[in-house]
Write a protein that binds this ligand. Structure first.
Ligand code: DAS
Length: 338
């Protein structure tokens, strides 16, 4: 009988080097009282404070930290996104960097990760973490989310999964995850597609891989890009007015995302407004305001369709698409593929 022994037990493995980039948000938020979970100042604490609050990070990885911004994510802009993605690409190109964790606000955490999903040219892990309670609150969720995010980034099975979002012990994909509740700890969900995995105890469990193009296979390259084409979102609702499109045209937007009713349905007034924008050479993509599901092609309605991208993610993709092409067929294929 042959008894196989595992490799030398206890061989000290070199810890991965994970760089934490801070951008602000509630995870860095501070309030006057530890029972205060609203009305606090986001982006009040620096990266060193966040890292020093979780000394256990050092058991997972060799940690270094940089402050890219310190803002509420409602104030995140395309300029900061370009700076962030350029910095992530530069770091991941280095042999001595094994992954990046980014601390960020939750309000636009369905946008920034998707932008990096499309522009980071590495299969090394990029993990966003955030918090629903400020760092000063009783049972603040930020420190454990940061610990979970570094644990995921340091995991040997994390490569090649696209940009991930870790909160509340769940691992979401940048392509599908969105904030589904204004205030609860479990707000980040992907109603139709679920999570990539979960963290239970000291283990990371990956259950799914993404069937969409991302990171190293993405055609979007922001090398040397300093600004992105202007794309705005117009919401569809009862009595929605045509003049919203007039305003967009007057401000020389290059793209419009329509946050449509149901599967992207267009009222008579929005139909007129969208066709007017199309006649001005503006690319229009119909998404859905419902929060999940697919907007399918429909020749009876104007514009391209967003597939299963929500309006905010559709805007991110359309900005990058318009920085490459105005060909409607090519852009439509991007929405079905990324
Ligand atoms: N302060 C808001 C933000 O920065 C909310 C948060 O982070 O949770 O997005």
């Amino acid at each position: 009988m042959v008894v196989c022994f595992s490799a030398l037990a206890g061989a000290a493995e070199k810890l991965p080097h994970i760089v934490i980039l801070a951008t602000g948000g509630t995870i860095a938020g501070s309030a006057a009282a530890n029972t205060q979970t609203t009305g606090y100042k986001a982006g009040a604490l620096g990266i060193d404070t966040l890292i020093n609050a979780v000394p256990e990070l050092k058991t997972l990885a060799t940690i270094s930290g940089e402050q890219v911004a310190n803002i509420g994510s409602e104030n995140m802009t395309s300029d900061v996104l370009l700076t962030l993605s350029h910095r992530v690409n530069a770091l991941l190109a280095r042999d001595d960097v094994d992954g990046v964790v980014i601390t960020h606000g939750t309000d636009t955490l369905d946008e920034s990760p998707y932008f990096l999903q499309l522009t980071v040219k590495s299969d090394k892990p990029v993990v966003f973490v955030a918090a629903m309670r400020p760092a000063t609150a009783i049972s603040a969720d930020g420190p454990m989310n940061l610990y979970g995010g570094v644990k995921v980034a340091a995991d040997k099975n994390a490569r090649g999964r696209g940009v991930m979002v870790v909160l509340n012990d769940r691992i979401g994909s940048a392509r599908f995850i969105s904030k589904t509740n204004a205030s609860t700890l479990d707000t980040f969900k992907a109603p139709e597609e679920g999570y990539l995995g979960t963290i239970v105890g000291d283990r990371v469990y990956f259950n799914n891989r993404l069937d969409k193009i991302h990171t190293t296979r993405s055609v979007f390259d922001i090398t040397g890009v300093k600004t992105l084409p202007r794309v705005d979102i117009i919401y569809g609702y009862q009595d929605d007015p045509e003049y919203m499109y007039d305003a967009a045209i007057a401000h020389d937007v290059k793209g419009i995302v329509y946050a449509g009713m149901g599967a992207g349905s267009v009222s008579k007034r929005s139909d007129a407004g969208i066709r007017k924008a199309l006649n001005q050479g503006i690319v229009v993509v119909r998404s859905t305001r419902t929060g999940s599901g697919v907007v399918p092609p429909d020749a009876s309605q104007p514009g391209l369709v967003s597939d299963s991208l929500n309006p905010a993610k559709s805007r991110i993709l359309l900005m990058l698409a318009l920085s490459k092409t105005h060909n409607a067929d090519v852009i439509q294929d991007y929405f079905h593929s990324y």
